[in-house]
Write a protein that binds this ligand. Structure first.
Ligand code: 2P0
Length: 330
């Protein structure tokens, strides 16, 4: 499994490289999945069962890399990471793919301006920022496609975090994953607005990797998922192209609810919903019934990300006191 990952990474890198600057820093945005990545056709290479689609936020991760000392040292928001944690191990495993030689060590400072591990996709922006920082640290000069392919080896959804705007991740067909990358979807939507309901910023009880695997392996409804995504993805992209907000909104909400239904029907079942998640969903449905167009999506966590149009901002903030507006990047 490790060899296939190393092979996949090395296929993307130049033949010879050397450390260029003393340190390098890069920013990558959080991406919010609108048609979700939920299930893998290859676990080692993070190859998905379906295409997926996202929009990037202005929030994200800034990563600074320098050469380390005796061993790898990682910091997250100013705190040093314990080498026994899964976070440390995942970072180290990713860096193993690109270490110039066995004894080369890294010092990595990661700053998130979103709550870590609260279902706000910080592992995606984290691995994307790390990939972009490595690219300038070693002077690889990789294309956007190769940056996306490389970051996918850290975390699948990271491949959609290497650029702003709408991103489409092609699932690809090849066994080596060389055609499974994300690229910008060539449409903008300046009117589109996002607001987050921070229902809980507590660490989640079940990590998304485990959640995805259990849904795929045990939900009797998983076989329906590829067709659900294909239909939703069509409606989302058509909605964007024709600026049909109802078509777009219905599809993103349906896709998120279908993904959570897979978790609710897994064995054993589990849920990221809290009672506040459910009351926020109901509040959104009620506002919609009363004529205010607002739709939501949710990822592997209890927080709700709502989408609406700029013209409705005043109504939205007067109806939803706890919504935090966040900037999208087009
Ligand atoms: C997504 N999520 O499309 C979906 C929706 C969470 C809910 O991708 O195992 O951390 O590293 O490839 O990318 C979260 O899964 O999983 C995720 P790995 P990842 O954004």
């Amino acid at each position: 499994m490790r060899d296939r990952r190393i092979q996949a990474a090395h296929a993307l890198l130049p033949n010879a490289w050397q450390q260029a600057p003393k340190e390098a820093r890069a920013f990558a945005p959080v991406n919010i999945a609108l048609a979700k990545y939920w299930g893998k056709r290859d676990e080692a290479l993070h190859l998905p069962v379906t295409d997926s689609f996202s929009v990037s936020l202005a929030l994200g991760t800034t990563t600074t890399i320098a050469k380390g000392e005796a061993h790898d040292d990682f910091w997250l928001n100013g705190g040093k990471i314990d080498p026994a944690t899964p976070f440390y191990k995942r970072m180290q495993e990713f860096l193993d793919l690109v270490r110039p030689h066995h004894s080369f060590t890294f010092s990595v400072h990661t700053e998130n301006n979103v709550p870590t591990e609260a279902g706000l996709a910080s592992s995606a922006s984290g691995f994307a920022a790390l990939t972009l920082a490595l690219n300038s640290f070693f002077g690889w000069n990789l294309s956007s496609k190769n940056l996306s392919l490389l970051s996918r080896l850290g975390s699948g959804s990271a491949c959609r975090s290497i650029a702003p705007g709408f991103m489409l991740w092609h699932k690809g067909e090849k066994e080596d994953g060389s055609d499974s990358y994300a690229e910008p979807f060539p449409e903008k939507w300046e009117e589109l607005t996002c607001g987050i309901f921070y229902v809980s910023t507590k660490k989640k009880e079940i990590d998304s990797r485990t959640a995805m695997k259990r849904s795929q392996e045990t939900s009797p409804y998983y076989p329906l998922w590829p067709d659900v995504v294909a239909k939703d993805l069509f409606d989302i992209t058509e909605g964007i192209k024709t600026k049909n907000f109802s078509q777009f909104g219905q599809a993103i909400e349906q896709n998120a609810l279908a993904m959570h239904a897979l978790m609710h029907t897994a064995a054993p079942p589990f849920s990221y919903y809290t009672s506040d998640t459910i009351s926020t969903m109901k509040h959104i449905w009620q506002a919609r019934n009363e004529g205010v167009e607002i739709y939501f999506t949710m990822d592997a966590g209890p927080n709700i990300k709502a989408f609406f149009l700029k013209k409705d901002i005043c109504d939205i903030i007067s109806i939803f006191k706890s919504i935090s507006l966040v900037e999208l990047t087009f």
